[in-house]
Design a protein around this ligand. Structure first.
Ligand SMILES: Cc1cc2nc3c(=O)[nH]c(=O)nc-3n(C[C@H](O)[C@H](O)[C@H](O)COP(=O)(O)OP(=O)(O)OC[C@H]3O[C@@H](n4cnc5c(N)ncnc54)[C@H](O)[C@@H]3O)c2cc1C
Length: 332
């Protein structure tokens, strides 16, 4: 059974599950409707966007948006021959093992920082990505035509390309919570949650920061290597500071211009063998301590995967609905 919330932040219709004292999991009830667990342990991909001025003959999404005639011509070409810019995905991406981005001695140092006796179980599990010989695509590099940065303002008449760097297995861990009761009353179904991704927070966050900073050099190297370099005129954000990427320092760029890459997971993570001590749902997606309540979405993934998450979430949906039907048949 769920216990009534005792922290004074919740509405009268809100309860906290028994594990709430460690995990701070809240559940809101509205008549027959349940708004499940807005909880801690949120993990979001981190992303930076380097911007390059590229060959002005290349037409990308920014140019189509800015010029209705160009867009109309592109639409016509696509309708008549299924070709042209509308038929292209002007984007290249790769998942690169961290061992190819950062020297092995540096990686060993990173691993030590998150594998101490005081490190959390989660950090120690994540630290296994640094073991010698482990090849995972922890760092995603994606080059696309267009200016993807929310921080860099395009100049009219110039064509831009973006090199994104995304950290797939971050240690940074934030939270998403129902806001405290305010003067306007208790939270309702329409109340927006309070989201704090805590990028680069704590020792693990420091490790993320160092990987993101070192990884910018690799991003710059990709862009200065043919054939990609053949379409690049210059880097405009952050402006190039040295003759080669190795001479550059990307610390301020990463500190000031990291953003969310929109793949939140973990806020109702599956507890696994550690059960309620480590998670919100069991291996059949049932919320610990609450009868008749499951969570079937991205939030049950305790950790990120080295990929965009959508396909995995489809599998979670399929598997979750199959389990609900199975348990109904056996009266579970
Ligand atoms: C801009 C953007 C780009 C992305 N690009 C990619 C990508 O390229 N590849 C990829 O793999 N992933 C991508 N993602 C991530 C992916 O979309 C999400 O991880 C995924 O949709 C999460 O699935 P979900 O079922 O957990 O939640 P959602 O898809 O968010 O579904 C939640 C549903 O619950 C509904 N809902 C919310 N509140 C209530 C309520 N109170 N009552 C009833 N219903 C409610 C919402 O309307 C929504 O339909 C992107 C995300 C964003 C935001």
């Amino acid at each position: 059974m769920a216990d009534r919330c005792t922290q004074g932040e919740c509405s009268k219709n809100e309860v906290k599950t028994p594990n709430s004292y460690r995990r701070n999991t809240h559940i809101l009830f509205y008549g027959n409707c349940v708004m499940p667990a807005l909880a801690g342990d949120l993990t979001v991909f981190l992303v930076t966007a380097m911007i390059f001025e590229i060959d002005p003959r290349i037409i990308g999404p920014d140019e189509l948006r800015a010029d209705p005639k160009l867009a109309e011509a592109a639409d016509l070409t696509y309708e008549t021959s299924q070709s042209g810019v509308r038929a292209m995905l002007p984007c290249a991406l790769s998942y690169v093992p961290v061992s190819q981005v950062i020297p092995s001695a540096t990686i060993a140092g990173l691993a030590r920082r998150v594998s101490t006796p005081k490190s959390s179980l989660r950090d120690r599990v994540l630290a296994k990505q640094f073991a010698p010989g482990v090849l995972r695509g922890q760092v995603e590099y994606l080059f696309d035509v267009g200016n993807w940065s929310q921080y860099f303002k395009s100049e009219p008449g110039k064509v831009y390309g973006t090199m994104l760097m995304m950290l797939q297995l971050p240690f940074s861990q934030g939270s998403v919570h129902i806001p405290p009761k305010s003067a306007a009353g208790p939270p309702t179904m329409l109340t927006k949650p309070v989201i704090d991704p805590q990028y680069y927070g704590g020792e693990g966050g420091g490790v993320d920061f160092d990987i993101m900073t070192a990884g910018q050099k690799f991003a710059a190297k990709i862009c200065s290597t043919a054939p990609l370099s053949n379409i690049i005129k210059s880097r405009v954000f952050p402006p190039q500071q040295g003759a080669t990427a190795d001479e550059e320092d990307f610390t301020d760029f990463v500190r000031n211009f990291t953003a969310s890459d929109w793949h939140p997971v973990g806020s109702c993570g599956m507890g696994g063998s550690a059960g309620i001590a480590a998670g919100v749902v069991d291996d059949r997606l049932r919320v610990y301590g609450v009868g008749g309540l499951r969570v079937v979405d991205a939030s049950i993934m305790p950790l990120q995967i080295c990929a965009h998450v959508q396909a995995t979430i489809y599998a979670i949906g399929e598997k979750g609905s199959a389990m609900i039907l199975e348990d109904r048949r056996v009266g579970g």
